[in-house]
Design a protein around this ligand. Structure first.
Ligand SMILES: CC(C)(COP(=O)(O)OP(=O)(O)OC[C@H]1O[C@@H](n2cnc3c(N)ncnc32)[C@H](O)[C@@H]1OP(=O)(O)O)[C@@H](O)C(=O)NCCC(=O)NCCS
Length: 131
């Protein structure tokens, strides 16, 4: 994913809160990863028309810290589709609450697998699951 603010819509946009921060006031890396996982999950479930789960996270990188009160925008792009798997490039950008410029803070590639009601991998082009 290019290190230029994407022009499309983010999958998720959220304001960071004190409960998301460590004792030094920086936002937990795990909180950011969970936002990224949710953004990728939205893309995977929408594309596969059903339940999809994370099987791998590759190349996770934290480029810059996030502070309490920042706006975090998470962009998720489907870049590869296999038989049952979907690979999604995810990047989070922060914007200080009272400023205009945005800064890339995290990047990773998430791999999701579409699953059926028995939690077995299903082809991504299979009929939509009921749940
Ligand atoms: C997802 C799950 C059902 C897949 O079952 P599995 O028997 O491991 O899957 P398979 O070996 O058949 O692989 C399924 C697909 O994932 C891909 N895959 C498997 N391991 C992978 C890895 N480490 N990295 C990238 N892709 C991987 C395979 O290439 C295959 O893709 P394709 O069908 O597009 O070719 C199973 O691993 C699982 O339940 N994992 C736990 C998921 C979970 O709880 N996630 C966290 C909460 S959402």
């Amino acid at each position: 994913m290019a290190e230029q603010l994407p022009t499309g819509q983010p999958a998720i946009r959220v304001t960071t809160m004190p409960a998301d921060a460590n004792p030094y006031g920086d936002i937990f890396g795990g909180w950011l990863m969970s936002q990224m996982d949710m953004a990728a999950g939205l893309v995977a479930s929408r594309f596969s028309h059903g339940r999809a789960v994370t099987i791998a996270v590759e190349g996770m990188k934290f480029h810059a810290p996030v502070a309490v009160g920042d706006e975090v925008s998470v962009y998720a792009d489907l870049v590869k589709v296999g038989r049952t798997s979907m690979t999604i490039d995810v990047a989070a950008w922060r914007r200080a609450r009272h400023a205009e410029e945005s800064c890339l803070v995290t990047q990773a590639q998430f791999v999701f697998v579409a699953i059926d009601e028995a939690r077995k991998p299903r082809a991504v082009d299979s009929p939509p699951a009921t749940a």
